[in-house]
Design a protein around this ligand. Structure first.
Ligand SMILES: NC(=O)C1=CN([C@@H]2O[C@H](COP(=O)(O)OP(=O)(O)OC[C@H]3O[C@@H](n4cnc5c(N)ncnc54)[C@H](OP(=O)(O)O)[C@@H]3O)[C@@H](O)[C@H]2O)C=CC1
Ligand SMILES: O=C1OC[C@@H](O)[C@H](O)[C@H]1O
Length: 371
């Protein structure tokens, strides 16, 4: 550990599955991933009941001293000891939780999907800017060592420009057996495949197409979407969507997600003029990728290289390190996964939902309503 690492003091909002994973990673020794410049401290946990907050701390942070436990999220936002909050509630609650956090003067790391729609996200980002507060979508995959190495290889020039991306994230949630109030099924919580699983196939398109230097930060030029709903609650069971980037590239992403089958074995495949990159599933935390090089554009694969990645922890600590570094350096957004990318993602989801006729129940979208 460096003599004086920047220590970020976190308030945790909600105690569900992802909050548990995030907290476990915050408590990993940063040195175990060769990080010495930043560190993390959990100072508060808020839940809808104080019992749940207390149980969470006992189970997931048993050795930590002095974590305040609160019977509401509001008390976490009001705690002067908290620098930044982590929001791990279901998608459609992110807007109101983040709005309250920002209004209370807290920096925010907010789970994906950031909001119910792009209009809500824009309100949050404008408020964060006005109050000079940091806001980031918790797109943890962007900060993985695998992603950084893949991006380096993809952009170093040998592969040429990207042409087609295929990516899928699916998981069989056994939805017939889930309670109707489960966040994957309940339309009031933004249930369905798109908002939960869709961020990951879209992430690989954003990384390999939007972020590619030849794209020059051009936004998508067209989007198509198709949804198959479940009769159980009407949310999308399976969704496919395409996203074209044709202003500077001639590139297309073909993306899918389903909550009724296991994930596709092809993971994410990025096809270039001079080869391919194949990202092994699960694409939210891939263990390895393979790069194939052609002898000539459109030719035979003559060289293949696989890169495998291992680290201590679940992989959520890398995004936490990014937040700490940004705050230490006085940044209001991440250079790697900044506001514009989160807005593009939400605008794509809005458009896919519009074409798929997935309308959230009245009152769920607090700003604008996607028709
Ligand atoms: N980055 C990643 O890898 C992952 C991200 N996620 C994202 O995290 C979010 C939460 O997912 P997950 O942790 O699996 O969900 P859970 O259902 O396990 O937990 C959600 C928590 O939110 C709180 N909450 C507040 N209001 C409600 C409500 N009306 N209904 C249900 N819960 C409520 C509860 O905490 P309390 O009772 O303490 O208030 C609950 O435990 C989603 O947006 C999802 O997309 C999910 C999984 C992985
Ligand atoms: O973010 C996520 O990643 C893993 C998935 O299994 C989960 O449903 C999703 O929320």
């Amino acid at each position: 550990m460096a003599a004086n690492p920047y220590v970020l003091k976190w308030g945790i909002v909600s105690t569900g599955w992802i909050a548990q994973q995030f907290v476990k990673d915050l408590l990993e020794d940063p040195a175990s991933r060769n990080v010495t410049d930043v560190a993390h401290k959990i100072v508060a946990v808020g839940s809808r009941t104080v019992e749940s907050a207390q149980k969470f701390v006992t189970q997931y942070a048993p050795k930590e001293k002095d974590i305040k436990t609160y019977a509401s999220y509001t008390e976490v936002f009001a705690d002067p000891n908290v620098n930044a909050v982590y929001i791990g509630t279901p998608h459609t609650l992110h807007y109101e939780n983040a709005l309250e956090a920002l209004n209370a003067g807290k920096h925010v790391l907010c789970e994906k999907a950031t909001t119910s729609n792009a209009a809500e996200l824009k309100v949050l980002l404008a408020l964060a800017k006005e109050k000079k507060l940091f806001f980031m979508e918790a797109l943890w995959t962007r900060f993985h060592p695998l992603t950084l190495e893949l991006k380096r290889i993809a952009e170093e020039g040998t592969l040429g420009d990207p042409v087609v991306v295929h990516a899928d994230l699916s998981a069989d949630f056994d939805i017939e057996k889930l309670p109707l109030t489960h966040r994957m099924l309940d339309p009031k919580l933004g249930g369905g495949a798109l908002l939960d699983l869709g961020p990951y196939p879209l992430f690989w398109a954003m990384l390999s197409l939007y972020e590619h230097p030849s794209n020059k930060n051009a936004r998508p030029t067209s989007i198509t979407g198709s949804m198959v709903t479940t009769p159980i609650t009407g949310v999308d069971a399976s969704t496919s969507f395409t996203v074209n980037f044709t202003e500077h590239l001639r590139a297309q992403a073909v993306l899918s997600c389903s909550m009724t089958v296991p994930t596709a074995p092809f993971g994410a495949t990025i096809r270039y003029k001079n080869g391919n990159i194949i990202v092994k599933p699960p694409i939210f935390r891939s263990p390895s990728f393979t790069v194939q090089y052609y002898d000539k554009p459109g030719g035979e694969v003559v060289r293949e290289e696989t890169k495998t990645f291992k680290y201590v922890g679940g992989g959520w600590h890398f995004e936490a390190d990014e937040v700490a570094r940004c705050l230490r350096d006085g940044k209001l957004e991440s250079d790697s996964w900044g506001h514009e990318k989160s807005i593009i993602v939400m605008e794509i989801f809005d458009e896919v939902r519009r074409q798929g006729k997935y309308i959230l129940p009245e009152g769920v979208e607090k700003v604008d309503r996607v028709q």
